[in-house]
Design a protein around this ligand. Structure first.
Ligand code: 5RP
Length: 223
């Protein structure tokens, strides 16, 4: 079993009878969804899920997990999702995919948000390994990029996979992948980006994760 699977299985222990559980997106989140299906099947655990992306909703449905739509919920008991970077103060960088908006909505709505990852995701500061994904309204991208440049960011629109156009998120937005000065702390960066007109959402999840579970060489620890 690899570390991503191990940490996902560990997080599934937090799922209790009757909970409404948010499903993250990505390979680690997929292991969590598979484990939920096993718990429902083999241990008769009853819960309802809500997905952060179409792909996770599809996975859940193909495994016969009960699922409700995001627009029908006002809070959830538990949200489990992966991350691209995790700092010692539990700030996350997310959003290599296309589902930042739903991911952040669920992270915020959750009574408890557990971030799960292998040790490769641990960093000392946000932006160490990846630029910050910033989802912008398509017509606003240039003005948003200019506003971001004024606060020290460098970057550009994310190309699509074929590199013949731009990446479109599941909500029809573009993504600016921006690098900031390494000494800007995540809390300030979060506030600065939130203040840029045209920005729909961004990948810094500050003050949202309650628990970070990290698997390293077959051992899970809480950060
Ligand atoms: C998607 C995400 C993922 O959770 C993040 O990219 C981690 O993915 P993986 O578990 O496949 O390493 O933020 O928007």
């Amino acid at each position: 079993m690899d570390d991503k699977q191990l940490v996902a299985l560990h997080a599934a222990r937090y799922v209790k009878q009757g909970m409404l559980v948010g499903l993250g997106t990505g390979s680690t989140a997929n292991y969590f969804i598979e484990e939920l299906a096993r718990l429902a099947r083999e241990e008769r655990l009853k819960f309802t899920t809500v997905a952060s992306s179409t792909i996770s909703a599809q996975n859940a449905q193909s495994l016969n997990l009960p699922i409700v739509a995001l627009e029908h919920i006002s809070s959830i008991d538990l949200y489990v999702d992966g991350a691209d970077e995790i700092t010692p103060d539990k700030t996350l960088l997310k959003g290599r995919g296309s589902d930042l908006v739903k991911e952040k909505l669920l992270a915020k709505a959750a009574e408890r948000f557990i971030a799960v990852a292998d040790a490769s995701k641990l960093v000392t500061h946000i932006g160490e390994n990846f630029p910050i994904p910033i989802e912008v309204m398509p017509f606003a991208w240039k003005l948003a990029k200019e506003s971001l440049a004024q606060i020290g960011a460098v970057g550009d629109l994310r190309p699509n996979a074929a590199k013949d156009g731009y990446w479109i998120t599941s909500h029809g937005s573009y993504v600016l992948d921006m690098k900031f000065a390494q000494n800007t702390n995540a809390k300030d960066l979060n506030a600065l980006i939130n203040n840029v007109p045209g920005v729909v959402e961004h990948g810094i999840f500050h003050n949202l994760a309650d628990i970070v579970l990290i698997a390293r060489d077959g051992q899970v620890s809480e950060q």
